[in-house]
Design a protein around this ligand. Structure first.
Ligand SMILES: O=C[C@H](O)[C@H](O)[C@H](O)COP(=O)(O)O
Length: 218
C-alpha cells in the first residue's frame, strides 16, 4: 500500500468510534480528508461536526454535514485528527498544515482524542519534524529570538497566514525530551498564540495504519 492508502485505511477505522446522534470534532490534513470522505456512510446518523479549520469546514459543508460553532456545542465525545509525529506516550507534534491552534481548542473540549496516523509518524523522541509555533505577526522577530535562547532554530513559514490571521515559525533542531514542559515554556513567550506540541492534552487512542493493518494503541 502507498502512504496515501495507509492514511485512507486508518481514517476508515476511525468511523467505528462515531456514535449515533453525536457531534464529531474534525481535525485537519491529508489523513483527516480521508476521514471526512468516510463520513459519507454515517453522516445521516450524526448531529453535526465541530471543525478545526476553514479547509475542513469547506469539505464538511460540501458533503451536507452541518458545521457547528464550538461556543454553542458544550462538550462532545470524539475528536479525530492526524499528527506529524507521535511518541509511545501519545505526545504529538501537530501543525504541519498550520491548523494547530484551532485543533488544540477543539481537542481540549472533546472527551476523547482519536489520533489517526500512518506508521511513518511514530517516533521515539519528538523534534525531527520542525515544531510549528503560531505567533501574532508583530511579535515574530521577538518570539524567534526567544526560541533561539531555548536552543531552537526558528524559520518563518513565509506566505502562510493562519485561519486566525497569524504567522507560523517552524522550529528546527529541537530534541524534545520533555514535551509537557516545553509546551508550557513556549506558550509563555509573549506573542505566542500556541505551539504544536500536544502533550498536556495528548491523544487518548491512536490508530496506526501499516502494511499489516490498523493497530489500536490505548
Ligand atoms: O495543521 C495540521 C495538522 O496538525 C495535521 O493534523 C498534521 O499536520 C498531520 O497532517 P497529515 O495528515 O496531512 O499528515
Amino acid at each position: 500500500m502507498t502512504q496515501d492508502e495507509l492514511k485512507r485505511q486508518v481514517a476508515q477505522a476511525a468511523i467505528e468510534y462515531i456514535e449515533d446522534d453525536s457531534i464529531i470534532g474534525v481535525g485537519t490534513g491529508s489523513t483527516v480528508n480521508h476521514f471526512i470522505e468516510a463520513l459519507e456512510a454515517v453522516k445521516h446518523k450524526i448531529k453535526g461536526a465541530v471543525s478545526s479549520s476553514e479547509a475542513s469546514t469547506e469539505k464538511l459543508k460540501a458533503m451536507g454535514i452541518e458545521v457547528m460553532d464550538l461556543n454553542f456545542v458544550g462538550d462532545f465525545d470524539v475528536y479525530v485528527d492526524g499528527a506529524d509525529e507521535i511518541t509511545q506516550h501519545k505526545h504529538m507534534i501537530k501543525g504541519g498544515g498550520a491548523a494547530l491552534t484551532r485543533e488544540k481548542i477543539v481537542a481540549a473540549v472533546a472527551r476523547k482524542f482519536i489520533c489517526i496516523i500512518d506508521d511513518s509518524k511514530q517516533v521515539d523522541v519528538l523534534g525531527e519534524f520542525p515544531l510549528p509555533v503560531e505567533v501574532i505577526p508583530m511579535a515574530r522577530s521577538y518570539v524567534a529570538r526567544e526560541i533561539v535562547k531555548l536552543g531552537g532554530d526558528p524559520v518563518w513559514r513565509e506566505g502562510v497566514i493562519t485561519d486566525n490571521g497569524n504567522v507560523i515559525l517552524d522550529v528546527y533542531n529541537l530534541q524534545i525530551i520533555d514535551p509537557p514542559t516545553l509546551e508550557k515554556t513556549l506558550n509563555n513567550i509573549v506573542g505566542v498564540v500556541t505551539n504544536g506540541i500536544f502533550a498536556n492534552r495528548g491523544a487518548d487512542v491512536v490508530l496506526v495504519g501499516s502494511q499489516n493493518g490498523v493497530q489500536t494503541l490505548k
